[in-house]
Design a protein around this ligand. Structure first.
Ligand code: SF4
Length: 303
């Protein structure tokens, strides 16, 4: 049973060390702690990232950061307007709790007001509820919506039992793209021997048909707690693969470089064939006038 808990947090933006050629800085923002989507491979359940002492609570105790929008407003007053805000790096911002608490929607309202570029990552078609705000961010600054899709519906029912089916995610891309909202597909995680070339081809074809503008991809990373949990799952549901997985992940948290390169080369080539970008921003360049205005406002104390 899933338990929802309202909490007040001390901070909401998390600065990433990651450098960007387009944005002056990058921050992540998670309106919830925990994620009820409960994907079997979830990397957030590794010791490095998991926010709960009792690790098993991550999928069933969901904390709603009720002061998320207030803290967003305060925080945005202290950073430049061309900093990218990534919504949903350690939870899905459109997991079911969002229907009731609407923290993500409240945060987007503030992001609209401050006109920072935004990148949303989700596996849920609940995002369609906020099409009005997404359109406004698109017209006033920059927005990219990345749908994580690395499976067909049947595989997704096994590995991502509580998220929207991939067919629904493609439909959401279609609807948002038709309104001029920049959407992309993240093929992640590429599960060795399960997410195969044929499946990758069909995902890229559907992404293109749905109006996606870019493709990203990422390998399956397995370490400590999430490695133990995931390999137990593979042993139970894919017993023929367990030995191959144990070998593949025996020396590193990632598959061998030769495997990763083969998959990434394939994805880059297919993206190219379909005319899809492999960058988030495409041609976006921050509006210099807006930035100059920000500098002036910042010098005078931003309201
Ligand atoms: S949606 Fe993301 S954060 Fe949530 S369980 Fe799945 S992988 Fe983890």
């Amino acid at each position: 049973m899933i338990k929802y808990e309202p909490v007040q947090v001390q901070s909401i933006l998390n600065h990433l060390d990651e450098r960007s050629e387009v944005f002056s800085d990058v921050y992540t923002l998670n309106p919830y702690k925990g994620c009820e989507h409960a994907c079997q491979y979830c990397y957030v359940t590794s010791d490095k990232y998991i926010p709960y002492k009792k690790k098993e609570e991550f999928f069933c105790k969901i904390q709603s950061k009720t002061n998320a929008s207030f803290l967003t407003k305060i925080s945005l007053q202290t950073i430049p307007q061309d900093c990218l805000i990534i919504v949903g790096s350690a939870c899905d911002p459109y997991q079911p709790i969002e229907k009731k608490y609407k923290n993500t929607r409240s945060v987007l309202e503030i992001l609209c007001e401050y006109k920072n570029p935004v990148h949303i990552m989700t596996k849920s078609d609940l995002i369609l509820r906020d099409t009005d705000l997404l359109s406004k961010i698109t017209s006033d600054s920059f927005l990219a919506v990345s749908f994580s899709i690395a499976m067909d519906d049947e595989l997704s029912k096994i590995f991502e039992p509580r998220s929207s089916l991939p067919s629904k995610r493609f439909k959401a891309i279609n609807i948002l793209s038709s309104k001029g909202i920049r959407c992309g597909v993240t093929i992640a995680p590429i599960l060795p021997y399960i997410v195969r070339e044929k499946l990758i081809r069909s995902i890229i074809l559907k992404a293109s048909d749905s109006g996606a503008k870019y493709i990203f991809a990422d390998n399956c990373s397995l370490r400590d707690t999430n490695k133990i949990r995931f390999l137990e799952f593979i042993k139970k549901f894919y017993p023929k693969l367990i030995h191959r997985y144990e070998i593949m992940y025996s020396k590193s948290t990632l598959p061998p470089a030769v495997f990763s390169k083969k998959m990434m080369d394939l994805i880059t080539k297919l993206a190219d064939d379909f005319g899809l970008d492999t960058t988030l921003s495409g041609m976006y360049i921050p509006d210099k006038k807006q930035l100059e205005l920000f500098d002036e406002e910042n010098a005078n104390g931003r309201e």
